[in-house]
Design a protein around this ligand. Sequence first.
Ligand SMILES: Cc1cc2nc3c(=O)[nH]c(=O)nc-3n(C[C@H](O)[C@H](O)[C@H](O)COP(=O)(O)O)c2cc1C
Length: 243
Amino acid sequence: MTIDDIAPEHPPAVTVTVVYHSVHGHTRLLAEHLAGGARLVPGARVHLVEIRAEDVTAGRWHDAEVLALLDRSDAIVLGCPTLMGSVSAVFKAFMEAAFTPFTTQAWKDKLAGGFTMSASQSGDKLAVLEQLAVFGAQLGMQWIGVGDMPGNNWSGGTRDDVNRLGSWLGLMSQSHADQGPERAGSRGDLITAERYGERIARLAQRWVNAVPYETPRMTEHEARALSASLRERGDAPAALSGS
Ligand SMILES: Cc1cc2nc3c(=O)[nH]c(=O)nc-3n(C[C@H](O)[C@H](O)[C@H](O)COP(=O)(O)O)c2cc1C
């Protein structure tokens, strides 16, 4: 059997949005390749959105159109450079602006993934991917890891290998600090970005076409009312009944 035998005649339409911040363009190049990989998937509508410092005022990021686009996306891929071992300040401002979808659970059960770029081989990039994954979890999203076997971990390995930094939680990429985006990075990282983007788009198609299921959403107020009604019925676990 070939992939053509099982490919659906009408590929399901999904919206994948890659949302990223970049100061000097290295993360942007990675984001472009990730979006390029997602665009390989028939039926995938792919948006590439830059979070810009100009849209942050008094520490707060605002762009209602971007939030509306994210509201209607099936998958959201988050990316920023690793700065001082953390997500970049501008991207953090964007993350805090997601307080509204946090309270409404508007992004619940969308797919999420993440990527980061830095100059050092490690550079504490894992801390950033963890921050992005925790963000996804707070929003109730389903996190997608890279899924590729590690490269460059044996005597014949090279910088051009797929997943050459051996990262699974999300995509890690490294660029030399003294070169521009086109020359500083690794071909392996860009290929890994494309593969990750394609994986997320294909999994989004699988996800939205699984058994129909309306995700229950609750405001904080409704959650408290639920806890109260369970307490009244006397069948709440000890933690909920406060005893
Ligand atoms: C303020 C600052 C902090 C940085 N912190 C780190 C770091 O913690 N780890 C690291 O490996 N590189 C660090 N870097 C290097 C950047 O991550 C690297 O240059 C990256 O490619 C920038 O991405 P961009 O071109 O998309 O802005 C730092 C750079 C700056 C300017």
